[in-house]
Design a binder for this molecule. Sequence first.
Ligand SMILES: Nc1ncnc2c1ncn2[C@@H]1O[C@H](COP(=O)(O)OP(=O)(O)OP(=O)(O)O)[C@@H](O)[C@H]1O
Ligand SMILES: [Mg+2]
Length: 261
Amino acid sequence: MNQPEIPLLGGTANRGQVVRVGNTVRRPQRRTSPAIHALLRHLTDIGFDGAPRFIGIDSQQREVLSYIPGTAVTPPYPDWALTDEALVSVAELLRAYHQAVRTFDPTPYAWPSSPPESFTGELISHNDPNLDNVVFRAGKAVALIDFDLASPGGRLWDIACTARLWAPLRPDCYIDDGRRGRVPDRFRLFIDSYGLVDADRSRVVDAVAQNHNWCYDNVRSSAAQGHLAFSEYWTAAATERADRICQWYLENGQALRAALV
Ligand SMILES: Nc1ncnc2c1ncn2[C@@H]1O[C@H](COP(=O)(O)OP(=O)(O)OP(=O)(O)O)[C@@H](O)[C@H]1O
Ligand SMILES: [Mg+2]
């Protein structure tokens, strides 16, 4: 008997095209999917369970991944996803992923775009640790999903992106929950929980600003190419907000750096 296809909501890039079928998830493939599948196979082979398993390709040429039981963090964001405990668990999950991917050899594959050169050469970074790309169980992050943007990069790039989105690093006027007024504290908590070494602490704020621009460049170019979900997202208000946050990084770099000392 055919099992029903249940739409999985939360993403933007593949909006409406990600479905659950039994204990599997079906997603559209990209040109670079073979690289991502090799990466997921590596993670499974070494016993890392914080990512979906790659199962195969279905009759509609969609990738078949294991469904990870739990809840991805989608708007309106639940309080349990915004706690300090949740933030610490995301840092620990990211670190565990970096540890697991260290031994993976990416050279045989064609990858999505890499981060700027000064953040590459170390390992395959996830590159898209958005809230809706992390699955939680019992208030703790247990898995990263959606490796579509993973590419040869580095730890610091993922750390910067994750801190930016999860602390979050933005002016308080753009935070309307219990994290308001706690940006420097949560930034430090995230960085300490990951265990970022001293030498990289001085670079992470610069990485945050560059990561912000890199991510919004991706959104802007997808919208310009006519991607419906990104076009709907990339409104004048979203553009203004992105610009204001970028300006905030420039004006608050010193204070953010000081939070890590
Ligand atoms: N392997 C999985 N296990 C459990 N849930 C999943 C899995 N893959 C996807 N989901 C759910 O489906 C939602 C959308 O999936 P996904 O992130 O793959 O979509 P997307 O459109 O590619 O996202 P993005 O815009 O971040 O690129 C996720 O937020 C999550 O709720
Ligand atoms: Mg996603």
